[in-house]
Design a protein around this ligand. Structure first.
Ligand code: NAD
Length: 489
């Protein structure tokens, strides 16, 4: 592994308020989770700066909403171009602050650009409807108008991708935005917000604030001029935001924690199931809302499936995301996250589960300075903590089931309802089982992730509303009914 030193100069971020780059009221260090070294300095917004950002978004709202959709669309396309022009630097910053391998960071930056392109196209398709009335002189139309100032609050596992999934549809709909990235990974998002200003976005249309959730986040979400909160993060925070929004009847879209089951039936295409289980359990060191969190495998194929997944997991490489050759997995992003993984594995051991591979931190050589954990495969039962709570790390429990009915009942038994995976060659039973799975996404024989053309919705405690797709833009629009009587003298 090539050693990765900290960057020569620290990466510094600034806020954008009313189109101007502004220093924070304070500053915070950003650390590379692979080495523990400081790689950047991020601004921390004061309460006044949060209020200024919201005020500037509120002032910009009228003109932005009134701008012809074709012009708003062109601004989104310009942001996509800016992201692509700066993709290499953005991807490096993303790996340094979040830890993921560089090729995955490049993919995330590209996904962000694609989100702006997609919603540039949708911006010109905001449509209303004409409703027939009971009178020849009465006209009735329903139009859609933007909600106002949107607060976009993101998390750290896909900081840029997730933020683009909020900013792009909000701007397309005609809302103005105040974006707050996660405090662990603020730099890539702050760079793109600054880039949008460079790309010609009118002042105030897109602003950034930064700092902790309890301070900058709560101040932003509770501001009376914010009419829409779009949030991705943990379920506990989502619940808190929903309470906060209730006081002021704000519109809320929530993308929260998941606990994705993968069901592998006896007739599954086994090579694919094994490869996909490895891909979706360990990608981004398991820090995915749609990570495979529990596998329910039918007894007759359970041992061959587990052996093959174990063999592959044991071969995955760990290292700095910028190393050459590139590792399969980077570190966990936060020390708290690493502690949770350790606690879940300790619980599995205490309950007598088999740890087939992994089961401890990875501390060899250069890994010693980072938050690395070995890819871990566990065989146990549904009582394991990791089979009930989101581990958010490179750990997957395999649980043997007797049949499809048992698998579906167990899959549905938790409050999480984000994504599920189903492997079988019987597409008739797949269709019927999919309809019974209580999840916003069911992937049959694939582990495709969130992608901009497709609706992404958390069911049950995994969320509220829809992100991505055309429906994701409608979350920022409200309906107005205009009824006109023409038959007057
Ligand atoms: P978190 O809830 O702690 O933080 C997310 C964001 O909310 C951060 O920007 C944080 O500063 C802010 N925040 C925290 N408290 C706040 C408050 N009181 N008011 C306003 N803002 C506040 O997130 P986390 O637990 O670190 O993130 C991981 C979780 O995110 C996992 O559960 C994961 O499954 C989930 N996630 C979901 C999706 C999805 O699309 N459903 C995608 C990625 C991650």
């Amino acid at each position: 592994m090539t050693s990765q030193a900290a960057p020569q100069t620290l990466i510094s971020g600034s806020l954008v308020i009313a189109g101007r780059a502004v220093a924070g009221a304070a500053a915070d260090e950003v650390t590379d989770p692979a080495t523990g070294t400081v790689i950047g300095i991020a601004p921390v917004s004061s309460d006044e700066q949060v209020d200024d950002a919201v005020q500037s978004a509120a002032q910009a709202f009228g003109p932005w909403a009134a701008l012809p959709a074709t012009k708003r669309s062109a601004h989104l396309t310009a942001i996509a171009s800016w992201i692509r022009q700066h993709a290499a630097d953005l991807a490096t910053t993303l790996t340094l602050e979040q830890g993921k391998p560089r090729s995955e960071a490049v993919g995330e930056v590209d996904a962000a650009a694609k989100a702006f392109d997609y919603y540039a196209a949708e911006a010109v398709r905001v449509r209303g409807e004409t409703i027939p009335t009971g009178s020849p002189t009465l006209r009735s139309v329903a139009i859609r108008q933007p909600m106002g100032v949107a607060a976009a609050i993101g998390t750290w596992n896909y900081p840029l991708g997730i933020m683009a999934w909020k900013i792009a549809p909000a701007l397309a709909a005609g809302c103005t935005v105040v974006a707050k990235p996660a405090e662990q990974t603020p730099l890539t998002v702050l760079a793109v917000v600054a880039g949008a200003a460079d790309a010609g976005l009118p002042p105030g249309v897109l602003n950034s604030v930064s700092g902790t959730g309890a301070e900058a986040g709560a101040r932003l979400a509770s501001h009376p001029l914010v009419r829409k909160i779009s949030f991705t993060g943990g379920t506990a925070t989502g619940r808190r935001l929903l309470h906060m929004a209730a006081d002021d009847i704000k519109s809320v879209t929530l993308e929260l924690g998941g606990h994705s089951p993968m069901i592998v039936l006896a007739d599954a295409p086994m090579d694919l199931a094994v490869a996909d289980a490895v891909k979706r359990s360990f990608r981004n060191a398991g820090q995915l809302c749609n990570s495979v969190n529990r596998v329910f495998v039918q007894r007759s194929v359970a041992e061959q499936f587990t052996e093959r997944v174990t063999e592959r997991a044991a071969k995955l490489t760990l290292g700095h995301g910028l190393a050459d050759p590139e590792p399969n997995l980077g570190p966990l992003t936060t020390a708290d996250g690493l502690a949770r993984v350790e606690a879940h594995v300790a619980d599995a051991r205490a309950r007598g589960a088999q740890i087939r591979t992994g089961g401890s931190r990875a501390t060899d050589g250069e890994l010693a300075g980072g938050l690395f954990y070995q890819p871990t495969v566990v065989v146990g039962d549904g009582e394991l903590l990791m089979a009930r709570e989101e581990t958010f790390g490179p750990v997957v429990p395999v649980i043997v089931v007797e049949d499809a009915d048992e698998a579906v009942a167990r899959a549905n038994s938790l409050d999480a309802g984000l994504v599920s995976y189903l492997y079988t060659r019987d597409l008739r039973s797949a269709t019927l089982l999919s309809e019974r799975l209580e999840f916003g996404t069911v992937n049959v024989n694939n582990v495709g992730g969130g992608d901009v053309p497709f609706p992404y919705a958390g069911w049950k405690h995994s969320g509220l509303g829809i992100e991505l797709s055309r429906a994701g833009m409608e979350e920022y629009l409200r309906v107005k009914h205009i009824r006109t009587e023409l038959g007057y003298q």
